[in-house]
Ligand binder design. Structure first.
Ligand SMILES: [Zn+2]
Length: 131
């Protein structure tokens, strides 16, 4: 199931602040129409209600590669190795904290990716197998 939330966006053109629904979580086995958008880094498309300027937000998205036991956090803003390691550590602490996650975590691989090319490769491989 696709998980969404509402966020505030500031238009780069007219500076208007508006609210938009964005994607936080995607399940590849259920959201096939989104696959192409994710691959091009354009999953979160927003449009200014005033001047109609279209923007693509650089937000993090959690992608579930079911039935592969793989969960990817794609975040184009995580450029440094230490930032990625911090995210991995907080993921591990969530798993350690929660019994249900501990069960899932044991058999699920978690990856943090900031490079859209790497994400594309993963999704292309997934599509060959399951789509
Ligand atoms: Zn605008």
């Amino acid at each position: 199931m696709t998980g969404t939330s509402t966020t505030e966006v500031k238009c780069v053109k007219c500076k208007r602040i508006y609210e938009s629904v964005v994607i936080d979580h995607i399940d590849l086995s259920e959201d096939r129409e989104l696959v192409r958008k994710i691959k091009s880094g354009k999953a979160n498309r927003v449009q200014c209600p005033k001047c109609k300027k279209v923007m693509y937000l650089d937000r993090s998205i959690v992608i579930n590669f079911e039935p592969q036991n793989l969960i990817v956090l794609y975040d184009p803003n995580l450029k440094k190795k230490e930032d990625i390691e911090n995210v991995m550590r907080s993921y591990e602490s969530i798993i350690g904290f929660n019994e249900i996650f501990e069960e899932i975590g044991a058999e699920t691989e978690f990856k943090v990716i900031s490079d859209i090319k790497k994400l594309k490769t993963l999704i292309t491989d997934y599509a060959k197998l399951y789509m």
